[in-house]
Design a protein around this ligand. Structure first.
Ligand code: FMN
Length: 365
């Protein structure tokens, strides 16, 4: 059998895990006298030859890395150049591989590949799926080769069967999902290992910035947090009218309440603090923070009473900025916050910042 293999990775051949997997797969496949030719789509000069090979041969295998849960755009671009086969009988097979270890990650891609050949008047001839392939490109050659060595056997089996056997593939692709125990282990050890790995990769790439750097926010945001002053009163009350009229708050407040709140923020009241967010020329929002003690946690506690950002400045990270600011300022405190259940955006923000839901019903008198 002669097999045309098309590597759909956008990474150049020398750096491509798919290319390494293909080389290993071929070793097993060619053992019994089969032949192959391999084309790499990352090198556009090879596209004409790859297209001709597709037209002239009746056994085509696309080897594809998963990129953002999809086949790479470069492959779709290449497919656009192909015409459906005039004659019946061309078999199209696939190797689909990705970084995440659970086979379930690859099933969506597999379902797409099951129907893809029909658009080219080709016969679907199975997909070999397997995850856990982040590593090879970062490893020394000998270790990287070992990491993909299991593909050799699959090449041998493909030669014997002429197709990918579903059961054999599922066995090869396991685990479908991690068990609860494995998930717990990953959470405990995996986080630490991932951090170490990403630092290693960053260093290898000569990265000088910290890994949690957010350069995209610094320019855009231009926002500072400062304490509320008496001069801010009118502007803050204007924002409070909007905030308290919104579905984010259960009650509507009143002019009298707004005045009292601001006065408590800017005066001597030890229980309340007020903050405004501003960009030099405009106030972008405000927050009020009340202080108390949590007997449940045995710690002082802050309640974020109001957190309001004007429409034009939403999604800029100002809410997260305040939460980070308070976390540092009130280190060792419990921070509590209320949200209306329908306020999904606010809930997402709080959860992203590490807040957990407490199962209490709130009451007041
Ligand atoms: C930009 C990018 C996106 C990726 N997205 C996924 C993904 O969604 N799921 C996954 O399992 N692996 C993902 N991976 C990991 C690759 O599929 C994996 O490292 C693969 O072996 C790369 O093969 P290649 O070097 O031939 O391109 C991604 C890798 C990159 C660089």
């Amino acid at each position: 059998m002669h097999l045309v293999i098309i590597n759909a990775s956008p990474r150049m051949e020398a750096k491509s895990n798919t290319a390494r997997i293909v080389r290993t797969f071929i070793r097993g496949f060619e053992e019994s006298g089969n032949t192959t030719e391999v084309w790499h789509l990352s090198d556009k000069k090879q596209w004409t030859s790859a297209k001709e090979a597709y037209e002239k041969n009746d056994n085509i295998l696309f080897a594809i890395p998963l990129y953002v849960e999809n086949v790479p755009g470069i492959m779709l671009e290449f497919l656009e150049t192909l015409q459906p086969k005039k004659e019946d009988g061309t078999k199209m097979s696939f190797i689909l591989q990705g970084g995440f270890a659970e086979a379930s990650q690859l099933r969506c891609g597999e379902a797409y590949l099951e129907i893809l050949p029909s658009y080219f008047n080709c016969e679907y001839n199975g997909t070999l799926i397997k995850g856990d392939n982040f590593g090879p490109s970062w490893m020394p050659e000998n270790i990287a080769d070992k990491m993909v060595a299991h593909y050799e056997k699959m090449g041998r089996l493909f030669a014997e069967r002429g197709t990918f056997d579903k059961e054999e593939v599922n066995e090869f692709a396991a685990p479908e999902y991690f068990s609860d125990k494995e998930m717990r282990q990953h959470k405990r050890i995996g986080k630490w290992m991932q951090k170490a790995l990403f630092h290693y990769i960053a260093k290898k790439n000569n990265c000088k910035k910290p890994l949690d750097d957010k350069p995209y926010q610094i320019n855009k945001m231009n926002c500072t947090i400062r304490h509320m002053t008496l001069e801010d009163k009118d502007k803050v009350i204007e924002m409070m009218r909007v905030f308290y009229a919104s579905p984010a708050v259960f009650s509507n407040g009143s002019e009298e309440i707004f005045e009292k709140d601001v006065e408590a923020c800017v005066g001597e009241n030890p229980y309340l603090e007020g903050y405004v967010f501003e960009n030099g020329s405009e106030i972008q929002g405000y927050a009020m923070v009340a202080k108390s003690f949590s007997t449940e946690f045995g710690k002082p506690c802050i309640w974020i009473e109001d957190l309001y950002v004007k429409d034009d400045y939403r999604g800029w990270g100002i809410g997260s900025m305040l939460l980070n600011y308070l976390e540092k300022k009130y280190c060792g405190y419990i921070t509590r916050i209320e949200a209306e259940e329908e306020n999904e955006r606010a809930i997402k923000l709080y959860k992203n910042n590490g807040f957990e839901v407490l199962p209490y019903m709130e009451m007041k008198k």
